[in-house]
Design a protein around this ligand. Structure first.
Ligand code: URA
Length: 188
């Protein structure tokens, strides 16, 4: 196991018993994150849904399958990136995360980012972008725009669930994902 994989496993082990917020009592599985421990590209969604809670793996439900299609379309293997969420436990009935849940959970994500040290961090949807990029982030206006954050660059794209609800956004998503893939390949 690489040093990064070992460090991530230690953070994960600490997370497994986390009861920092009330969601610790209702989760079926912790949804820590998956992918390459030294990924240069990291995606951060909002919170696990039903399938994710059942499996412990992020983005495996309908939204995740759509994300997989975009990754495939732009030639980014899912195994090469790292995928996590703002919250590691599922909110009841998939409601939006509460600010106190985000506050309780964000240190786990920060630890993941410190270990993985991605060059590009892509927020999936408004909730992630408002937490990680800026509180007044407007997804319709600012999706695909890059923000420099010291060691890495960040942008946000539409959440795949939003694309399931409103297919008219899919063209924009493809354009953003193509730009992300181009930037990713330019790192190599
Ligand atoms: N939506 C998210 O934001 N994250 C998941 O893991 C699944 C659906």
């Amino acid at each position: 196991m690489s040093e990064q994989a070992e460090k991530l496993a230690a953070v994960r082990a600490a997370c497994e018993s986390c009861q920092r917020c009330a969601l610790g009592a209702t989760r079926t599985n912790l949804v820590f994150g998956t992918g390459s421990p030294d990924a240069r590209l990291m995606f951060v969604g909002e919170a696990p849904g039903e399938r994710e809670d059942a499996t412990g793996i992020p983005f495996v439900g309908a939204a995740g399958q759509l994300l997989d299609r975009y990754l495939f379309a732009v030639g980014i293997p899912r195994d090469d990136v790292y995928i996590a969420n703002i919250l590691k436990c599922r909110p009841p009935r998939n409601r939006d995360p509460l600010p106190e849940e985000e506050d309780a959970c964000i240190e786990h994500l920060r630890a993941q980012v410190r270990i993985i040290r991605p060059k590009l961090l892509v927020c999936l949807g408004r909730i992630s972008a408002q937490r990680l990029i800026k509180p007044d982030f407007r997804i319709t206006r600012e999706h695909g725009v890059w923000f420099s954050r010291g060691a890495f660059e960040m942008c946000a794209v539409y959440h795949p669930s939003a694309l399931l609800r409103d297919p008219s956004k899919r063209e924009d998503m493809l354009e953003d994902m193509r730009a992300i893939a181009e930037k990713y390949r330019a790192l190599n």
